[in-house]
Design a protein around this ligand. Structure first.
Ligand SMILES: Cc1ncc(COP(=O)(O)O)c(C=O)c1O
Length: 466
């Protein structure tokens, strides 16, 4: 490939010191002229050098040469699955999740920030107030679609993301997992095929298994997200019923799709009349730049079923999420009612109160800055402690890190000993239904860094080195 040849050439120039550490590469147009290739070849070559861990892209500034100590190659995408496959064996996950609840264990395993990193005082104040002022309502049910106050706040939040959604089009759910389950129940029947990115959030695989669906895994690149070519091929080749994606700061890779990719994906799906279940749970947590747009914001045909929740931003314990089910609003409300009757009233009212008070944007900026810092620290310690040749993702938001280990290590075998050593992580095989990623793991970085956490990471590194 031409871009790889150019990447090799640029890498050689960097190691010869033509472009020293810390310097910016010339602009893409200049490189295109001087190397006699197209601008898109230069961009692909620069991205390749990012994947190799040699360059870093700085928004609106260009590509910079990283110092050797900071150079880390990124985990590799895996080949696409050959055909849709039923998902099985997800039950084992609950055991891992349950063990993580043990306070004696340092939690690198579940994607949840340490409670000290969440705005607990703001939430507590909201609960007190709604209980004081609306006690009679708090004691009763708040049947689907949920309280008008919260639906109005969610509609306002979505308006800020350029999604034209009214309060009547919002369904309040028992968090994002239920939103996704309802969306897939609306869209599929057992045996249908659903497209997922790979690696994917294991909760999606669980829903796919529980509904008796087949998963077709599309390779996702840690820089650019799912392969558009693989998506197009899959849509042409298989009778796909729905596609589920996390376009903003996916879990576990932390990729944020560019606006151009988001639009291209929507166009492809629209051409094949395949609906998208969009999970935007991490969207409010960018490390830099503005809050990215959801794909829903370009949706004019009601193809996107938008799902999110307050689990990653305010409190997972609230168990409040939302779904925009488009034309299926009535059936979605009924499914929510059948699932769990409704969502707890105090939590709905308190969340509406938090969103209305206006400090949400500031809280998210503070949380994102903290997560960016935690992720950077984890990257640094992993580079120092984990085996040489370990590959590390470079998330653009959220708070998890995806790690690929060298050699034949099977992280699924190491979780037992790790828990015994007082530390958890999420083994890589959980993120695929087809046995991929057994030499990978995901780390939650939003932990309070102290001597105990440091010891836990060292213990984990020792386990991984054998
Ligand atoms: C991508 C993604 N979607 C959904 C969920 C589940 O969210 P909730 O707690 O709101 O059900 C998670 C939790 O880890 C997640 O990472």
């Amino acid at each position: 490939m031409l871009y790889q040849t150019l990447a090799d050439r640029l890498q050689a120039l960097i190691s010869e010191g033509v472009y020293p550490v810390g310097s910016a590469l010339p602009g893409v147009r200049r490189l295109s002229g001087s190397h006699g290739v197209s601008v898109s070849t230069v961009v692909s070559a620069a991205r390749e050098l990012e994947r190799r861990g040699i360059l870093e892209a700085r928004p609106r500034s260009g590509y910079y040469v990283l110092p050797p100590a900071a150079q880390r190659a990124m985990p590799r995408a895996r080949p696409r699955s050959r055909r849709p496959q039923p998902v099985t064996g997800q039950e084992q996950l609950l055991q891992i999740i349950q063990s993580v609840q043990d306070p004696a264990i340092v939690n690198f395993g579940t994607a949840v920030p340490d409670p000290d990193y969440m705005p607990a005082a703001v939430i507590e104040k909201a609960f007190r107030r709604v209980w004081r002022e609306q006690r009679r309502r708090c004691i009763g049910y708040a049947f689907p679609p949920g309280t008008p106050e919260l639906r109005t706040q969610i509609a306002r939040h979505l308006a800020g993301l350029q999604c034209a959604v009214g309060p009547d089009q919002v369904l309040i759910t028992n968090s994002c997992q239920e939103s996704i389950a309802i969306a897939l129940k609306l869209l599929t029947r057992p045996g249908d095929t659903v497209l997922l990115e790979s690696p994917t959030y294991y909760g999606l695989l669980q829903v796919v298994e529980a509904l008796g669906l087949k998963a077709l895994e599309l390779p996702s690149d840690p820089l650019e997200g799912i392969s558009l070519g693989a998506l197009e091929l899959a849509l042409e080749r298989w009778p796909v019923t729905a596609c589920v994606l996390v376009p903003n700061f996916s879990n576990p890779l932390g990729v944020c799709l560019s606006d151009a990719r988001k639009q291209a994906i929507l166009q492809l799906l629209a051409r094949h009349r395949v609906p998208l279940v969009e999970d935007d749970i991490y969207g409010d947590l960018p490390f830099s730049g503005p809050r990215p747009r959801p794909i829903k914001s370009w949706d004019r045909e009601g193809l996107v079923y938008y799902c999110s929740s307050s689990s990653k931003t305010l409190a997972a314990g609230l168990r409040v999420g939302w779904l925009v089910p488009g034309a299926e609003q009535h059936r979605a409300e009924y499914l929510q009612f059948v699932n769990t009757v409704c969502v707890g009233t105090p939590a709905q009212l308190a969340l509406a109160e938090v969103l209305e008070k206006g400090s949400y944007g500031r809280m998210m900026r503070e949380a994102s800055a903290r997560h960016a810092h935690s992720v950077a620290r984890m990257v640094e310690r992993v580079s120092q402690l984990f085996p040489a040749e370990t590959r590390v993702s470079r998330p653009a938001g959220g708070f998890v890190l995806w790690i690929e280990l060298p050699g034949k290590v099977d992280t699924g075998q190491l979780i037992g000993p790790a828990l015994e050593a007082g530390v958890s992580f999420a083994p890589g095989h959980l993120f695929s239904a087809t046995g991929k990623f057994s030499n990978c793991l995901r780390l939650n970085c939003a932990v309070r860094w102290d001597a105990r956490v440091e010891r836990a990471l060292e213990a984990l590194a020792r386990l991984l080195r054998v």
